[in-house]
Design a binder for this molecule. Structure first.
Ligand code: ADP
Ligand code: ZN
Length: 736
């Protein structure tokens, strides 16, 4: 076996062994050096245990030169796990992500090592099987055991005894006589093998053409990004399933990335219906034992298909041959925690390094992907219309200046009338408002006191169902008081603005007979309950659904024929470069929940800005004009994808420390053509969790070396001291 390391050129010949770099899952910016003890064989990618200070940690043998450490300080690798190594592609992927996002590679490799117990092989299972020998004496109990044993090739002892209705001593007796023998089996598969010919749908002509394009890309092999664009309900899922089948048939593994919340039972059910077995799931709710089995079997190539959230990009696939990014425009693909990365973009990188196709699917692609498709960098595969007789809902705007709701209410009379009609037909209505809780702000009518978070520069949100005021940034909560803490007046606190709970209150008052349900991510009972509720809605067990953005994604509600957007302007006002795009995508997706089964359907969009290009494009059912004007706008302002952005957030316990460190970084920034650093300015969320935040924004032309610029700047700037911390956000998605 080849060694990764280089022999050390030692003056002090105490350690004449080979030295290798090992990347440990810590915020270190390079691998550490370890010696390989005599008799131990390691190669790049091997998962090993190494001493680190007083601890033992798991790490990965890396490649490249080792750093020149004093030989006396070198310590040996403790253990090599009996586990497939991270392959060359995976290691280059980890390096690439670290390099691009300016994250310590140790933190990136940590994402690939998220199932430590899987590094040792799973225990084999002990069982028994028949040998074909006859027993010396056949009692009726023994006869039952022997007959039952024929139903399966192997059994556990107690399982066989139970199935035959005898005590285990009968089986023991047969074992002793050699009628059965003990055998060991590999651990059971984490998921059943998919059957690619199981539930193949009959595709329409349009769908078959699109599927043909995708399957051809899989057949051809090699890196190829494809944008699969088609209206909600046009059958994108059915179409990309054909590409999945083709890749599986070619012996490859497949990864389907989904925004976390779209990993609903309904997706899994559809997958099951198509492939006769569910995919392996990978997201934060998968229990540890299951995770370990999946991680291990993905590495061994036994699990062939994974449907997962963004973190599944870091699974150690043995033979990945296709990645699908469903709802590729979804902001949930951006991770903004420790390592900031965009899973859609990194999926394309992984496909490029691995040399296989990647399919991005959406009804409302991101501007970035749309530009890539238009310029020919990505193949553009389009579906023309909804499948079958399902038609897109007829959309209209409700001008809230001309049709205001009654005082203190939020549903306009126009929308109310439509809800009434929908209920009369026995169909379902969805009211969409992207705000959790009852009201975003509570104030005292007497003294004007506003309830603010103690840790953040935000208002506390009234969560009336739970009886608390809560901060949506740090989680701080306090019971809803009856008196104003400032002036002491009782019963004069007022809720300002609506959240979903408040809309529900209004609806229950107006439609007391209807079954009304609120769906938001803070629903009591967590994700499992949420999944059940979504299924209940799909099964027609609710009449009116009031929900946040999580109802916008991917769900299939057969009886939903009316969608009302309560405050369509909500996302437009925040000065974010992606505000228009996001609002368009969200409203298009949420109204797309209606009319998926051929029933006539409507979408009503309540807005104070009916002339806004987003609103106009929506009602005209003209995404093309929206994309054209938005792309022009981005080009004019050199915003992504025509220019590049990076943000540096400097945070500290005091405002002064944060600001002065941000200034030092600014002063260290070199003069470089085509790159400019703006700020520092107080971040829009100036205080979060008690930490004051300042932001520097880097604007660069498309081809300017923005990473090198940031590295140079940070190397020249003083190291963060005391409570000061830096976060680097390449391609920031929002300006918070
Ligand atoms: P999208 O992913 O584009 O929103 P889906 O793949 O979810 O669309 O399809 C929408 C609905 O239409 C689903 O219920 C799906 O089962 C159904 N459907 C789409 N294409 C077909 C087909 N060829 N045969 C039968 N049903 C289909
Ligand atoms: Zn807070």
């Amino acid at each position: 076996m080849a060694f990764a390391g280089v022999p050390l050129n030692l003056t002090d010949q105490l350690f004449p062994e080979t030295v290798v770099p090992v990347l440990v899952p810590l915020p270190s910016d390079r691998p550490y050096s370890y010696t390989v003890p005599d008799g131990m064989a390691v190669r790049p990618g091997a998962i090993v245990q190494v001493p680190l200070g007083p601890r033992q940690v798991a790490g990965v043998v890396w490649d490249g030169p080792t750093d020149l450490v004093d030989a006396k300080k070198l310590r040996p690798i403790t253990h090599v796990f009996d586990c497939p190594p991270l392959d060359e592609t995976m290691r280059r992927f980890i390096d690439w992500v670290a390099d691009y996002t300016l994250s310590p590679p140790g933190l990136v490799v940590r994402m690939a090592l998220r199932a430590p117990a899987a590094f040792d092989p799973q225990a084999w299972i002990e069982g028994i099987e028949a040998t074909g020998e006859e027993p010396d004496r056949v009692t009726s109990a023994r006869a039952r055991v022997i007959a039952t044993a024929e139903d399966a090739p192997a059994w556990s002892k107690s399982g066989l005894a139970h199935a035959a209705g005898v005590s285990t001593s009968v089986v023991d007796g047969l074992l002793k006589q050699g009628v059965f023998r003990t055998v060991r089996f590999p651990p059971p598969p984490a998921v059943a093998e998919p059957d690619t010919s199981y539930g193949r749908a009959t595709l329409s002509e349009d769908q078959a053409r699109a599927a043909g394009d995708l399957v051809a890309a899989v057949g051809k092999g090699g890196f190829q990004p494809l944008l699969l664009e088609g209206a909600t309900g046009s059958g994108k899922t059915e179409v990309y399933f054909e590409a999945v089948a083709a890749a599986l048939d070619a012996g490859k593994q497949v990864l389907i990335l989904l925004p976390e919340i779209a990993l609903t039972q309904s997706f899994l059910d559809r997958f099951h219906a198509r492939f006769g077995a569910p995919p392996a799931e990978w997201h934060s709710d998968v229990p540890p034992k299951k995770r370990e089995a999946i991680w291990r079997q993905v590495a061994e190539g036994r699990v062939r298909i994974v449907a997962g959230a963004r973190s599944s990009l870091f699974l150690p696939f043995k033979e990945l041959g296709l990645v699908i990014v469903d709802e590729e425009h979804d902001p949930a693909y951006k991770q903004e925690d420790r390592t900031f990365y965009h899973a859609r973009d990194m999926a394309v990188v992984r496909a490029s390094l691995g040399g296989f196709p990647v399919i991005l699917a959406s009804a409302t692609p991101s501007i970035e992907s749309r530009v890539n498709a238009v310029t020919g960098r990505y193949s553009h595969v389009r579906l023309k219309a909804r499948h079958g007789d399902a038609a897109l809902p007829e959309l209209s705007l409700v001008d809230m200046r001309r049709h205001p709701p009654q005082r203190g209410r939020f549903v306009s009379p126009v929308l109310q009338t439509e809800i009434k009609k929908t209920l009369a037909k026995g169909e379902q209505a969805l009211l969409f408002l992207n705000r959790r809780g009852y009201a975003p702000l509570t104030l005292c009518r007497v003294c004007g006191h506003r309830f603010q978070c103690h840790n953040c520069s935000t208002w506390l949100v009234d969560h009336r169902l739970r009886g608390i005021l809560q901060c949506h940034h740090c989680g701080f909560s306090t019971p809803r008081p009856e008196a104003c803490p400032e002036c002491g007046t009782l019963d004069h606190l007022v809720a300002c603005g609506p959240g979903v709970e408040r809309i529900a209150e209004e609806i229950v008052e107006d439609f007391p007979e209807a079954r009304t349900i609120v769906l938001s991510s803070d629903i009591a009972g967590g994700p499992r309950r949420l999944r059940r509720e979504l299924e209940a809605v799909a099964d027609g067990e609710a009449d009116i659904v009031i929900g946040t953005q999580l109802v916008a994604k991917g769900h299939h509600f057969p009886k939903m024929t009316l969608v009302g957007a309560i405050d369509a302007d909500l996302g437009l006002a925040n000065g974010d470069p992606r505000a228009a795009e996001r609002t368009f995508q969200l409203l298009h997706q949420v109204t797309g929940r209606a009319g998926r089964t051929g029933l006539a359907s409507r979408g009503l969009i309540q807005t104070f800005q009916p002339q806004h290009p987003v609103m106009q494009a929506l009602v005209a059912s003209d995404p093309e004009s929206f994309y054209d004007s938005e792309i022009d706008e981005r080009r004019r302002s050199a915003l992504p994808p025509f220019g590049r952005l990076a943000a540096i957030i400097v945070s500290a316990d005091t405002r002064k420390d944060a600001e002065s460190h941000a200034r030092e970084i600014r002063n260290a920034a070199p003069e470089t053509p085509e790159i400019e650093m703006l700020g520092p300015a107080e971040a829009p969320l100036a205080v979060v969790r008690g930490r004051h935040r300042f932001r520097l924004l880097v604007e660069a032309s498309r081809r300017a070396p923005i990473q090198a610029y940031l590295r140079e700047t940070l190397a020249k700037a003083p190291r963060p001291r005391g409570s000061v911390q830096l976060q680097i956000d390449m391609d920031p998605q929002s300006f918070l």
